[in-house]
Design a protein around this ligand. Structure first.
Ligand code: NDP
Length: 294
């Protein structure tokens, strides 16, 4: 059996090309490009890299993306005030506050302040609720990007057993909802799950999102399963690795994402897609294609 590498880097380049054309059409139609405000607070090196990559991707497809960099000691009230002015800014369709915020700042107050129509991360309770009840809305970028990666590689989801490792609000929970909405039978595992291996060995699709480097080895995987690795960790010698032991799982899986170059680039491509969707929603343009959330 040959294993398919689910190449998120390559697919994201294709998506960027498609998005560039869409943005050109929107500029012709409405006289302005979609706008995404990526707010960076402080100088955390990993956050700086993520923000740089997001802004560079926006530039590539023609999305307006002003730099909003605030010092680590910005008062909570001033940060909230900046969000309020971005909410009112007609040239801005999406607002993303890079996490984690420096200690002392309330993440929830900031995230919940973002206008739900501009919440391109899909973390606002209103959008989480809409996703749960199956209304078209902005859904979190990482799990949504994984759905695109599965779809564009022709991987069938309906009727499959899917096991999601992790139950965070950013990845695990929305991943489970999106898979369920596409008629997978979903099991969600976490740090208290009694026998993780027993659960994963029944899965046709495994999504690992624990932040536990190389924990998922070949003996966790049913032969022929599709394995999606969300984890990103750095080893002592500075190498990026996922939650999946790629070398041991590769010969067992039918398809697998590499780290890096798998899920990460799909997250950024989906952020841009969400920004274009937010623009269309705000400008009264029908969303194409519709996404199925329930
Ligand atoms: P969180 O730390 O918020 O959540 C981790 C989840 O994994 C929790 O639900 C936790 O369970 C569960 N978990 C931890 N240890 C185990 C274990 N031994 N067995 C089973 N479950 C376990 O992380 P995130 O969801 O934010 O991120 C997960 C990983 O994905 C990280 O490596 C992160 O860097 C990466 N990531 C990658 C992205 C990308 O674009 N590629 C985007 C977002 C995240 P419990 O709830 O019981 O504590």
């Amino acid at each position: 059996m040959s294993t398919v590498i689910l190449n998120g880097r390559e697919l994201s380049q294709t998506l960027f090309e498609e998005q560039k054309k869409k943005v050109e059409d929107l500029v012709r139609l409405k006289g302005r490009p979609p706008g995404l405000a990526v707010v960076l607070v402080g100088q955390d090196p990993a956050s700086e890299t993520y923000v740089r990559n997001k802004r560079a991707a926006c530039k590539k497809v023609g999305i307006h993306a002003p730099d909003i960099n605030l010092p680590p000691d910005v008062p909570q009230a001033e940060l909230v005030h900046r969000i309020d002015s971005l909410n009112r800014d007609p040239s801005i369709d999406g607002i993303l506050v890079q996490l984690p915020l420096p200690s002392g700042l309330s993440k929830d107050e900031v995230l919940y302040r973002i206008d739900p129509d501009k919440d391109v991360d899909g973390f606002h309770p209103l959008n989480v609720g809409k996703m749960l009840i199956g209304l078209e809305t902005l859904t979190p970028c990482t799990p949504t990007g994984i759905m695109t990666l599965l779809d564009r590689n022709g991987i069938r989801i309906s009727g499959k057993n899917a096991v999601v490792l992790g139950r965070s609000l950013i990845v695990g929970k929305p991943m489970a909802l999106l898979l369920m909405a596409r008629d997978a039978t979903v099991t969600v595992c976490h740090s208290r799950t009694a026998n993780l291996q027993e659960e994963t060995r029944r899965a046709d699709i495994v999504v690992a999102a624990m932040g536990k480097p190389l924990m998922v080895t070949a003996d966790f995987i049913k032969p022929g399963a599709v394995v999606i690795d969300v984890g990103i960790s750095r080893t002592a010698d500075g190498k990026l690795v996922g939650d999946v032991d790629y070398a041991s799982v590769f010969p067992v899986a039918s398809a697998i994402t590499p780290v890096p170059g798998g899920v990460g680039p799909m997250t950024i491509a989906t952020l841009l897609d969400n920004t274009i969707r937010a623009f269309c929603f705000r400008e009264g343009i029908p969303l194409q294609p519709a996404r199925k959330n329930a």
